[in-house]
Design a protein around this ligand. Structure first.
Ligand code: IVH
Length: 707
């Protein structure tokens, strides 16, 4: 960063204070956490490197915690400060913490040993070392690893078993009294029973499940209101309501992660023991807590959760690694803002800000007009994102994002990137709300139609070249006819040159008309024609998918193909016949029937047939239908089966293998590294969880193990 460091530090402190207020006090942050953290880190580096120029003020954001408590709630002075945590952004930083810790541990133990006159680590001269030697040190500690819940830190005080106070963190020293609000959370016990200690303070995180967040936002959008940015802010906003009845309606939950004070009760040596005790008193303790014996295991654990964070129905933004030994914690102590005995391993951010260059509208194969953002490329959620969906007209309006805005982009797991909202303070002057275009952007420029009461807008022109291209791209795509080399660019070239209008035209393409086309030589032409030729014998289900019949996905297409066996049989099937198939139902059945009843479909099918398209009929299964009507979910890696093979084995025996656990699930098969949410769900619903050996048995006999 060029410029005067003192000035920059000043500027950063003001920026951080502004965004800190928005986050902590107003529950309405403008910046994603990652952007905020960057500002704090930049300041911390400047402070550390320029300590000689200016002393660091005590109220620098690098030394303080949270925000000022709101005057809307009575203040609560915390018994002990509610601290923050230092962050490790990657494995190197976690290892560096491990080494710092090793050094401190050794120092503490040496001091104790010297004081007791027992054996300490000594220098070659034989004197006890005040400072441990340079270089990496062995560390044999127990680390308690917990998920870092992205919620709102809350302290609960119980006297003689009765909940007497709930408080937010506030600035760490003084928080807000939210007792009436926390009482409305079903997860938080209000009476601990006769064995409760005289005094107990429990700290933990109030959070909103993702499913509840999505439901809340869907309701807000339906009412034309601005949606919440993420579950954390929704949780914070819901918890800090003047009217506890509003809090009660929000489905907030709680995980306990710290026994902060106890009088007149048991004492503990380890953090883990204290959590078990809280559990025994009825507090919810997260099931994913692990005590690990080495930093290597801790790293592997963090890596695991970075990959599996989306298996959970609540947001986590990292793993908190804590020294388990409580006596050692005491010795290690804290800095002004964070304990030395813990660190938060933060996952790579899934939300970042970037410039919204423009809003455009894409036309899909059904004619749906979807607005999307053209962005200044930004690295988020592990990939560089240049475009992100804005879903529909109402969402753009509700989020009020405009070209030229700095916007928050979210990419979580496999979900397609999304624009969450704009940063209002960074909006350029004179910008206007974005208007949905009135006409399709294709050369035909036909008016776009939005039906009364619908959220989507459509181009309804059957000849729209954009729709036609999208239909062809879909026809050639992987789960459909899988024609290698026939992607968006090639399709566009072929249609613009007038060589192809619909899928049947692909099968009459001649080498002569393609040679020299866009500089293609013989090899490119032959490759494309061979790929098209090969697709003629794709399975019937793939051809059904390729047609792009509304509502008809790959699973239902497979069922229909298996039941009817040929294109002609499906084309003449009655909707009622189709609807009786497992996994099809009346909506899909009607859509298939309507599609095949169109004259244009009959023409397309006839031309495909004439060109030699001859889809493979599904082979009848030779297996006994021991799983007929049953639903088996597979999670994790099995030794003897790939995921596809396991599913095929279930289908071949008449069963189904959906991707998620529900009331209808018969059993959940668990391999290595399973999805935690599937197991939790199975446990909640009382569904048997079986291993690979039991799965093999199940495939053979249809029977589940006893018990
Ligand atoms: S321990 C003194 N454990 O992260 C340390 N904190 O950035 C007390 N958090 O204020 C915190 N999950 O709100 C701890 N398993 C966990 C946590 C956790 C989420 C939050 C907590 C804390 C913040 C620090």
């Amino acid at each position: 960063m060029a410029g005067d460091p003192v000035e920059r530090m000043h500027e950063l402190r003001e920026l951080i204070a502004h965004h800190g207020r928005l986050y902590h006090e107003l529950d309405a942050p403008e910046l994603p956490d990652a952007d905020y953290d960057r500002l704090v880190r930049e300041l911390a580096v400047l402070e550390a490197t320029h300590a000689d120029l200016v002393p660091v003020p005590d109220d620098s954001p690098t030394r303080t915690v949270g925000g000022a408590p709101s005057a809307a709630f009575a203040p609560v002075v915390h018994r002990f400060a509610m601290m923050s945590l230092d962050n490790a952004m990657d494995h190197d930083e976690l290892s560096a913490w491990g080494e710092r810790l090793a050094r401190s541990v050794l120092r503490v133990r040496n001091a104790a040993a010297v004081a007791e006159g027992t054996e300490a680590v000594r220098s070659e001269e034989g004197t006890a070392l005040a400072e441990p030697p340079e270089g990496p040190l062995p560390l044999a500690e127990r680390f308690c690893c917990e998920l870092k819940i992205d919620g709102v830190a809350t302290a609960l005080t119980y006297e003689n078993g009765r909940l007497v106070q709930g408080a937010t963190r506030g600035d760490g020293r003084v928080g807000e009294n939210i007792t009436d609000n926390v009482r409305t959370l079903g997860d938080i016990p209000t009476d601990l029973g006769p064995n409760a200690p005289a005094l107990l303070e429990v700290r933990g995180e109030v959070y909103l499940p993702i499913s509840a967040f999505e439901a809340t936002n869907a309701a807000l959008l339906a009412a034309g209101q601005k949606p919440y940015v993420n579950p954390r802010n929704t949780a914070a906003g819901s918890l800090r309501q003047k009217d506890p009845a509003v809090t009660a309606g929000r489905q907030l939950r709680f995980w306990s992660y710290q026994l902060a004070a106890i009088e007149g009760g048991p004492t503990f040596d380890s953090h883990e023991q204290s959590l078990r005790y809280l559990e025994s008193l009825g507090f919810p303790v997260n099931p994913e807590i692990r005590v690990l014996g080495s930093l290597e295991e801790v790293l592997a654990h963090c890596r695991h959760w970075a990959e599996h964070r989306h298996d959970l129905d609540y947001d986590i933004d990292g793993v908190v690694v804590k020294i388990d030994d409580l006596a050692l914690r005491e010795e290690l102590g804290s800095t002004a803002r964070a304990p030395r005995w813990a660190i938060a391993f933060k996952f790579p951010p899934e939300e970042r800000t970037t410039l919204l260059r423009d809003i455009e509208v894409s036309i899909g194969r059904t004619g749906r007009a979807t607005p999307f953002a053209r962005l200044e490329p930004v690295f988020v959620g592990g990939v560089t994102v240049e475009t992100a969906t804005l879903h529909n007209e109402d969402q753009v309006a509700a989020k009020d994002v405009r070209p030229g805005d700095t916007v928050i982009v979210r990419r979580a797991g496999d979900v397609i990137p999304e624009v969450v909202g704009a940063v209002p303070s960074l909006r350029p002057p004179g910008s206007e709300p974005w208007q949905f275009p009135r006409v399709c952007s294709c050369p035909l420029a036909t008016p776009l139609v939005r039906a009364e009461g619908e959220s989507d807008t459509f181009c309804v022109e059957a000849e729209c070249p954009f729709q036609r291209d999208q239909r062809l791209i879909h026809f050639a795509s992987r789960g459909a006819m899988d024609i290698e080399g026939l992607g968006e660019r090639t399709v566009r070239l072929l249609t613009e040159a007038g060589l192809v209008r619909d899928p049947a035209d692909l099968y009459t393409l001649a080498a002569e008309s393609l040679l020299g086309f866009d500089g293609w030589g013989e090899i490119s032409v032959n490759n494309l024609l061979r790929a098209i030729e090969d697709s003629k014998a794709r399975p019937l289900a793939n051809l059904l998918v390729a047609f792009g019949v509304r509502h008809l996905g790959p699973a239902a297409a497979a069922v229909v193909a298996r039941a009817f066996g040929s294109l002609e049989a499906i084309a003449t099937a009655r909707a009622e016949e189709l609807a009786t198939l497992e996994g099809v139902g009346p909506v899909i059945a009607e859509a298939i029937h309507t599609w095949f009843a169109r004259p244009s479909t009959a023409d397309l099918v006839a031309r495909l047939r004439a060109a030699g398209v001859d889809p493979q009929a599904p082979v009848a299964s030779s297996e006994r239908p021991v799983l007929a009507g049953r639903s088996i979910v597979v999670t994790g890696t099995l030794d003897g089966y790939t995921r596809e093979q396991a599913e095929a084995a279930i289908l071949a025996r008449g069963g189904k293998s959906p991707g998620s656990v529900s009331k209808k699930t018969t059993a959940v098969v668990v391999g290595a590294e399973p999805g935690a949410s599937k197991i939790t769900k199975a446990a909640e619903l009382g569904i048997p969880v079986i291993d690979e050996a039991a799965f093999v048995q199940l495939l053979e006999t249809g029977a589940l193990p006893e018990g």
